[in-house]
Design a protein around this ligand. Structure first.
Ligand SMILES: [Zn+2]
Ligand SMILES: [Zn+2]
Length: 911
């Protein structure tokens, strides 16, 4: 790499390095996670690969390299309040990663990491440190493999390898699921980076509390599947998942004291400085506003590019809050007119080559920023004044906390987000009751009628959709009941495009590349409900003049309005055009297979486990299904296989599905299963499967196959716990099930080829191998014991006389506590009167045993006291009976010195 590399050079050199080693470059996925409704924003590089690790997604590559856009503003990793106040925290950041999906493992991962940082990036080897996993509870095996690979790296200082326990070096995706040890790379930036060196008790160290040692790369080795807090099983395929904070490595390679001083931020900061008309000295005196604005400008530019525009709820609220927070910090620099678009333009210029979505959506980004700043400007002064009054009142009355209800009022009426209220309160040493804020918001949502159902994460402006609905009804284009919704019989005829909505506003036409919401008088696209995901597909011009919109999702902002969300592929769609909407049928068929299989699974679980195994949640997606149910304990393998077999029997029986509409009362009386927490009214839709005595009978609005054999094959891929008393099953059907079975068979065939055996004999052959291996291990142990024995015999000749007593002190190589005990017995058999103290080193730590014959115990000697005195020197302790006691210690290098204590003890006790 060239001298003085730019951030873009560094990112590219990372990608090139791994691409040259067979990795496929995978573009960053959106900040809005696809298919994971539990996550507000993509917050780590592995989000888009999660399903690959879980085995439910297959990719055409086994090695990947990427730089992932990430955002952390809420939830567990919430650094918002830190952002701007120090040199390293950001809301938006990039994560560089290289990935192995069942391909290479620790040797290559560590070797390449070392090669990249020392050969390509030329980081000084003597400043680099590595950590590896050693379980403090001694339950999970130590990662000796990683440690040994580190020690073999050319020029790696063996003293720079340090073990850490679970918190630092064991990675888990969740309470259950894939997990494994990791190894972190740290750099020693030198004593000048330590801000605690005045403290005499402070020690600069890896994972310490000062800024001197900086972790910049974590390599995770996924090798286990966690089934419960105490149960780990090895994974069939092991994976590598690495993450390097991009801003951090750029700061290291550009040798800047702060991430904000790198060329990733400086162009933004200089633009802010020009806008504010400040000198360099003024800028350095006001760093916090500069950092906040630069950080939030990056975050909001990328958010809007990914379709998240400012709004009231969920993701859209975050976008709004970040723009307003940046605007408020701008006021501290004297910036009162909208300025964010100016800063954002620098972000687009600096990052647009690598992230083309920024250039593609530049107009939308800049417009949205300015529009939101103008909206905020209307009320911000009144809001800040009112907040000031409230805070003064609190101080006068001697309180310290602003009521959540008041904070919510400030947002609802004057547009001041909670986060800004909190910033200002904190600047005056006060707090805000966040829980009270949430309660007030919830109460408001219920009163205003904007039910949760429509709020979701979309943050739509409910009033303007209601107005649109009213206008279309008045002009006779939509009935009072709104869009006709029938996902069971897709519409083939052309329909009129009633409205196009872009960036939250109705528009007359849209251009290629625009994201758009399309409103049609009726739709056959399924809208996410009851766990089944929305349909995708396309809307094309009926005139054949070639416009097309790719539909990626569906939503229902208010009752009666159903929108197809997507992107214009080509042409210029206009309001009033006639169009045909086509559901992606292949995807829909796979969803239908999974939905019907979900009903069969529910029935089989109740049959095998009992009636208590009721549904507690589900996800029906095209590539897999997920089913949560009540059950107090893990399912046994027999139970799982029985459930799987029952579902497949029902598939082979080829039952016709009977779908009917009937009054709710009648359905319930007939025994149909209603799902807890779902709302049913009037006429309901029922699905029954089976003969006259149906196997499964449920209330359900989802789409289903016509007969069960359409499902093809059903395979369970996972069973685990998600909460107390609730289990989760994941499964695949149809083509995915075939692919999974094929992949497993490939593995088995490969194993057989290596073992040189036929399928029927694999298990026998593996058992034989394990047995042989066990025999070799036993033999090995025996030999080791013999070696210790002969070392001991040599020592028996070195018995000294101390205070007239025969004494044996010896350090035996490669022994265990058991062998030490045997040797101690042997000593006592050969010496009717005497003292023996034997030691060895196990896993780098000393262990000791002391034996004293009965006659000497009568003279006042005590093995427990003796061993304690000796172990004290090696930093440990122990105890036991007067005749036999054992101890452990920490420092093996002091063993010889420790054994000298025997002399002092004997003289001290007997003389
Ligand atoms: Zn320090
Ligand atoms: Zn259903």
């Amino acid at each position: 790499m060239q001298e003085n590399p730019t951030g873009a050079d560094i990112r590219q050199s990372f990608i090139d390095f791994f691409a040259e080693r067979g990795h496929t470059f995978v573009p960053s996925s959106s900040l809005v996670p696809g298919g994971d409704s539990t996550l507000l924003f993509t917050n780590a590089g592995m989000v888009q690969f999660k399903d690959v690790f879980l085995g439910t997604d297959l990719r055409p590559y086994t090695r990947a390299v990427n730089s992932q856009k990430c955002l952390r503003v809420s939830g567990k990793h919430n650094d918002l309040e830190q952002v701007g106040r120090d040199d390293t925290h950001h809301t938006f950041f990039e994560m560089l990663g290289n990935w192995s999906f069942g391909d290479y493992y620790k040797k290559e991962a560590i070797g390449w990491a070392w090669e990249l940082i020392t050969e390509v990036w030329k980081l000084p080897k003597d400043k680099l440190w590595a950590t590896y996993f050693k379980d403090e509870l001694n339950e999970i095996p130590e990662d000796r493999e990683a440690a040994d690979i580190w020690l073999a790296q050319p020029g790696f200082n063996p003293d720079h390898l340090v073990p850490f326990g679970r918190k630092e070096n064991f990675w888990e995706m969740a309470e259950t699921g894939p997990c494994g040890p990791d190894t972190e790379i740290h750099i020693d930036r030198g004593p000048e980076f330590c801000e605690l060196c005045d403290d005499p008790d402070h020690v600069c160290q890896v994972n310490g509390d000062c800024g001197r040692f900086l972790e910049f790369w974590n390599n995770v080795f996924i090798q286990y599947n966690r089934l419960s807090p105490t149960e780990l099983v090895p994974l069939e395929k092991t994976h590598v998942d690495t993450g390097m904070g991009f801003e951090r490595i750029v700061s290291i390679l550009q040798d800047t004291p702060s991430n904000y001083k790198t060329d990733l931020f400086m162009p933004l900061i200089i633009r802010i400085q020009k806008l504010a008309g400040q000198s360099n000295a003024e800028r350095e005196a006001n760093l916090t506003p500069y950092r906040v604005i630069a950080d939030h400008a990056r975050a909001t530019t990328f958010l809007i590019a990914d379709g998240v525009v400012p709004g009231n709820i969920g993701r859209n609220y975050i976008c709004r809050m970040l723009i307003r927070r940046a605007a408020r910090f701008g006021m501290k620099l004297g910036l009162h007119d909208p300025f964010m678009a100016e800063v954002s333009q620098v972000v687009i210029d600096e990052y647009g080559n690598f992230f083309p979505e920024l250039k593609r959506n530049a107009t939308a980004i800049l417009d949205n920023l300015t529009r939101e700043e103008k909206r905020f400007a209307k009320t911000v002064h009144a809001g800040l004044e009112h907040l000031d009054e409230l805070l003064s009142e609190i101080k006068t009355s001697g309180q310290t906390v602003l009521a959540g209800e008041k904070a919510f009022d400030l947002y609802a009426t004057l547009g001041l987000p909670l986060e800004i209220t909190r910033d200002i309160a904190q600047e005056q040493g006060l707090e805000v009751d966040s829980a009270g804020y949430e309660q007030a918001m919830e109460a408001h949502r219920l009163i205003s009628g904007a039910g949760k159902e429509f709020g979701g994460l979309n943050g739509d402006d409910v009033e303007s959709y209601a107005a649109l609905m009213e206008a279309l009804h008045t002009s006779g284009k939509l009935p009072r009941s709104g869009v006709r919704y029938d996902p069971y019989q897709p519409v083939a005829e052309p329909m009129e495009v009633l409205a196009l909505i872009s960036n939250g506003e109705p528009v007359d036409e849209v251009k290629p590349g625009d994201t758009v919401d399309v409103l049609l008088p009726q739709t056959g696209f399924y809208v996410e409900a009851g766990g089944q995901v929305s349909d995708t597909g396309q809307i094309v011009s009926a005139k054949g003049d070639g416009w097309a919109i790719k539909v990626t999702g569906m939503r229902k902002p208010v009752a009666g309005i159903i929108l197809h969300t997507g992107e214009v592929v080509h042409g210029t769609p206009k309001v009033g055009d006639r169009a045909v909407a086509q559901v992606d049928q292949a995807r829909r068929v796979q969803i239908m297979r999974n939905h019907t299989a979900t009903h069969l699974l529910h029935a089989a679980l109740q049959d095998v486990l009992g009636r208590h195994a009721r549904q507690a949640g589900s996800l029906v997606a095209p590539d897999h299904l997920r089913f949560d149910f009540n059950h107090p304990e893990p399912m046994s393998r027999t139970e799982l296989l029985a459930v799987e077999a029952q579902v497949n029997q029902a598939i082979l029986a080829n039952y016709q599905l009977r779908i009917a509409q009937k009054p709710l009362d009648q359905a319930i009386n007939e025994g149909a299963t209603a799902l807890f927490g779902e709302k049913y009214e009037g006429i309901v839709r029922t699905i029954s499967i089976g003969d006259d005595q149906p196997l499964s009978y449920e209330l359900c609005g989802g789409t289903h196959v016509e007969e069960t054999s359409d499902i093809g094959l059903f395979l369970i891929t996972y069973e685990g716990s998600i909460a107390a008393g609730i289990r989760r099953i994941e499964a695949v059907t149809g083509w995915q099930a075939y692919q999974l079975a094929r992949a497993r068979m490939n593995t088995l065939e490969e194993v057989n080829a290596r073992l040189g055996t036929a399928s029927a004999e694999t298990v026998i052959k593996v058992e034989n191998l394990l047995q042989t291996l066990g025999g070799v291990e036993k033999e090995n142990q025996k030999l080791r014991k013999q070696l210790v024995g002969s070392a001991f015999d040599e020592n028996l000749e070195n018995i000294e006389q101390i205070a007239g007593i025969p004494v044996l002190k010896a350090v035996l190589p490669n022994a265990t506590m058991d062998t030490l005990r045997e040797m101690a017995d042997k000593f006592r058999q050969k010496n009717p009167s005497g003292v023996a103290v034997l030691a060895t080193v196990q896993d780098g730590k000393p262990i000791l045993i002391a034996a004293i014959t009965e006659d000497l115990v009568k003279r006042g000697l005590h093995a427990g006291k003796l061993v304690q005195k000796v172990a004290g020197v090696v930093g440990g302790g122990g105890g036991g009976r007067p005749t036999l006691a054992q101890a452990g210690g920490k420092d093996a290098s002091k063993l010889a010195e420790a054994l000298d204590q025997v002399h002092a003890y004997l003289h001290g006790t007997l003389d």
